[in-house]
Design a protein around this ligand. Structure first.
Ligand SMILES: [Zn+2]
Length: 348
């Protein structure tokens, strides 16, 4: 395939993902990861047949290949907004600085702040369709919001969204680096599964109780019928009629077996999960670089804080040592760390 055709196909897949509410992103190997907007699954795409040798789990996108045909079918006549920006009221720099100053605690250190500058974080609003399948099928929709720049879940997205308005337009602020599509998807999916765990356990328990009751009822019915037929067959003198009773006895035995199998199937619970839609929202934040210094010992360090313009609050900062988010850092000769890391380092 010539390079032009390949890049045209790649551009098509990217536009396809964007228009229908999916995401296409290049992974570390340079291949395209597609969070498919239609099937809700994550697909690895290559554009040359040779690519399949290196990554056999991938799908080929080329004229005539099944994947391309599928994308074309879905792309026809469909269009949906997928990346939007959240516009919120401006906040003066001094208010941002004052808020950061109140929130960040670095005991015994002096904090100096640089001028805040605006950046854009990307929130992934993942809507999962969950189906519980047993003898009945029930569906539910679950939303998980991931801040791709911090790798944290956003719990009160509704409130944040209400703080401003969403619009489709060019991005005003430089984007923050963040999680790739695979990591975002897996994180959101794991969260859905965690949220579902107790619900699934409860449902399984209900199904097991139902199965026990039904098993008891049916076993009793088939046993009683079996006993009655056996008794009648033993007493029956007419040969043809006795044969007919024995045939009914055998049918009853088979029916009991079939009913038990049927109960087994109907009481087994399976959970189907798919990402039904994905919306990417650019959320404005102010990046504030703080210079911290121990006035007596002369230790110095820098820390970047994010002030969320939608939440109007400082975001917790990840400890450089353990990665745990918090608002308190301790300054040592080696730099900054959370109180817990500092304590364990001193204990060694
Ligand atoms: Zn730490």
């Amino acid at each position: 395939m010539d390079t032009d055709q390949r890049s045209r196909l790649e551009a098509f897949v990217e536009a396809y993902a964007q228009t229908l509410g999916g995401v296409a992103e290049r992974d570390a190997e340079g291949d395209l990861q597609l969070l498919d907007p239609v099937s809700g699954t994550l697909r690895l795409l290559v554009f040359e047949p040779e690519g399949l040798t290196e990554r056999p789990e991938a799908e080929l996108v080329a004229p005539g290949a099944a994947a391309l045909e599928e994308f074309l079918t879905h792309a026809r006549g469909r269009g949906r907004l997928s990346t939007v920006c959240l516009e919120v009221p401006e906040v003066p720099d001094r208010l941002v600085q004052a808020s950061v100053f109140r929130t960040l605690r670095v005991p015994d250190a002096e904090i100096q702040m640089a001028q805040p500058h605006r950046v854009a974080a990307e929130y992934a609003i993942c809507l999962f369709r969950v189906a519980f399948v047993s003898d009945v099928r029930e569906e539910a929709l679950l939303e998980v919001v991931v801040d791709r720049s911090t790798g944290r879940f956003i719990r009160r997205w509704d409130e944040l969204q209400a703080a401003g308005r969403l619009f489709e337009g060019p991005l005003r602020d430089p984007p923050l680096p963040g999680l790739g599509v695979r990591a975002t998807y897996e994180m959101a999916r794991a969260e859905v599964l965690r949220n579902l765990a107790s619900h699934v356990t409860q449902r399984q328990r209900t199904l097991m109780e139902w199965k026990q009751r039904e098993t008891l009822r049916l076993t009793r019915y088939h046993e009683e019928l079996g006993e009655e037929l056996t008794e009648r067959a033993e007493k029956e003198r007419n040969d043809a009629r006795r044969q007919a009773l024995l045939a009914r006895l055998e049918a009853n035995r088979l029916e009991a077996k079939r009913a038990a199998q049927d109960l087994e199937t109907r009481s087994a619970l399976s959970v189907e999960l798919e990402c039904a839609s994905l919306l990417l929202v650019q959320v404005p934040k102010a990046l504030v670089t703080c210079h911290v210094e121990h006035p007596k010992r002369g230790w110095q360090a820098h820390v970047d804080l994010l002030w969320n313009l939608a939440a109007r609050a400082t975001e917790a900062v990840d400890c450089p040592g353990c990665g745990q988010p918090g608002f308190e850092l301790v300054l040592r000769r080696e730099g900054l760390a959370c109180p817990r890391c500092t304590k364990s380092a001193m204990g060694k």
